[in-house]
Design a protein. Structure first.
Length: 472
């Protein structure tokens, strides 16, 4: 299966290599996966001395494909999107040469002018074994072996796509190997915590929802007391906040043991605090680009706040754009913290329904539509809910619609298809054709006037499912 897919990528790369020297139109998705893809393509096509024009789209619509079809290009590359709009591409771009590098759920068959390079066509799980940036990387590697030094960007994309679940599977594993061999990436074992390189230690602990630390998570003075009880200094000799990366070996051991002890009793897996830390070797210590997880967040920040060129510049190694993107990251983090605070404050109100097996969060205007997926992902990776809990979140968009976002909590695979579930609910609400994603993470857009009906159906379907589970 994998081999068939790799052969197809090779065939497509050969095709690209032998195209006439005309500019290529590139369209990538807005998230960290899409921006990683865009960076890999930018670097690759520059190396081949090919001209191109790149745009980043929040999502592809029929209208967008129609606009693209009016442009005067012969060759198009879609990365991390395209599969969902295959029918429109078939119809509106039938007279161009198209490459689609996408891992989203299949819909319809493609015409001969399209190289549809979707791993799902070959029985590969596009939800966890490879992401858009991974496909783009393999395509570029097939084009030129030199591009093996871009593998770390695909790893960042896969991490951004939440495909790293205590390690990688499938083709992602191969890509990780390339990234390590290229000398760009190193894998260490350490505390699985966000902000290792950049945040004051007590903040990292305070905001650590996964792993959850009783008495510390969500409690600033709890976090400070905890560190003081371990005699870990909060500040260095110059009065600067210390980061996790600054701890010496003894301090780190002490901290890990203490966190495990705190989690005893209340947690099923108290030692679940350790995991892989993916370190970018060429980046400076204490930079958000040192840790692949933070790098992915930085790319997300650039996308969500509408500054994609900063993110792509950071991937490509432009020092000036790197520092600008770091400033943007601070803004983004403040917004995430505000979103988390909103969530905790509203947990016991009607805006957040917590029932056996599922959670529905209706953030209305309180969380940006471009941020609701991020919030849901963060909560799904926390220990707040039992593994396998279905999480459905909603937020208003600026144009009178509602963005719906779905995740499953925990890290394991469950026999539940989020995309099918949300498609079912959206169909019943009477507003289909706006569902996307895959088994593990899905989304939809519904009109705001359907809010009540949608909520009611979603709840009904989930309650039914739970009662069936209990009965069996
Ligand atoms: Mn993707």
């Amino acid at each position: 299966m994998e081999e068939e897919f790799l052969n197809k990528l090779k065939e497509a790369a050969d095709k690209l290599r032998n195209l006439e020297k005309k500019p290529i139109r590139i369209i990538c998705h807005l998230d960290s996966d899409g921006l990683s893809s865009a960076s890999i393509l930018t670097k690759t096509l520059s190396r081949e001395n090919l001209d191109f024009s790149l745009s980043i789209f929040k999502g592809l619509t029929r209208e967008a494909v129609r606009m693209l079809s009016m442009e005067d290009y012969s060759y198009y590359i879609f990365a991390d999107l395209g599969t969902g709009q295959l029918n429109d591409i078939n119809e509106l771009l039938h007279d161009r040469t198209i490459f689609i590098l996408d891992h989203h759920e299949l819909q319809g068959d493609s015409k001969e002018n399209i190289y549809h390079l979707n791993p799902c066509l070959y029985g590969i799980d596009g939800g966890k074994d490879i992401c858009g940036a991974g496909i783009t990387y393999l395509f570029c590697k097939a084009l030129n072996e030199k591009n093996k030094d871009l593998a770390h960007l695909a790893v960042i994309g896969a991490i951004g796509e939440v495909q790293e679940k205590k390690g990688f599977t499938g083709l992602n594993q191969e890509i990780l190997k390339d990234a390590i061999l290229s000398g760009k990436l190193e894998v260490r074992t350490g505390l699985r915590m966000f902000g290792f390189q950049t945040r004051p230690i007590h903040r990292v602990l305070q905001y650590s929802t996964d792993p959850y630390i009783p008495g510390v998570t969500g409690d600033e003075s709890g976090a400070i007391d905890f560190l003081q009880s371990l005699s870990i200094e909060l500040k260095d000799d110059y009065g600067e906040w210390r980061k996790l990366v600054n701890l010496n070996e003894d301090e780190m051991k002490k901290l890990i043991t203490a966190i495990i002890l705190k989690r005893m009793g209340s947690e099923k897996t108290p030692d679940d605090v350790l995991g892989n830390v993916y370190v970018l070797r060429d980046e400076k210590e204490e930079s958000p680009m040192k840790d692949a997880r933070e790098f992915a967040t930085l790319l997300n920040a650039c996308g969500r706040l509408g500054k994609v060129s900063l993110g792509i510049g950071a991937c490509i190694g432009d020092e000036n754009l790197k520092s600008k993107s770091i400033e943007l990251l601070d803004e983004y983090k403040r917004e995430i913290i505000n979103n988390l605070n909103w969530f905790y404050k509203n947990r016991k109100t009607e805006k957040i329904i917590e029932e056996n097996g599922f959670v529905i969060i209706n953030a209305e205007n309180n969380v940006r539509d471009t941020m609701i997926g991020t919030l849901t992902s963060m909560l799904s990776r926390s220990n707040l809910y039992e593994d396998g809990t279905i999480m459905l979140s909603m937020a208003y968009t600026l144009d009178g619609e509602i963005k719906v976002s779905l995740r499953l909590s925990g890290y394991k695979d469950y026999d539940f298809d989020l995309r099918e579930f949300i498609k079912d609910v959206v169909d019943r609400t009477g507003h289909g054709n706006s569902v996307g994603g895959h088994k593990q993470a899905a989304g939809a857009i519904i009109p705001q006037e359907k809010e009540e009906t949608f909520l009611q159906y979603a709840k009904e379907v989930l309650q039914n499912r739970m009662s069936k589970l209990v009965a069996s």
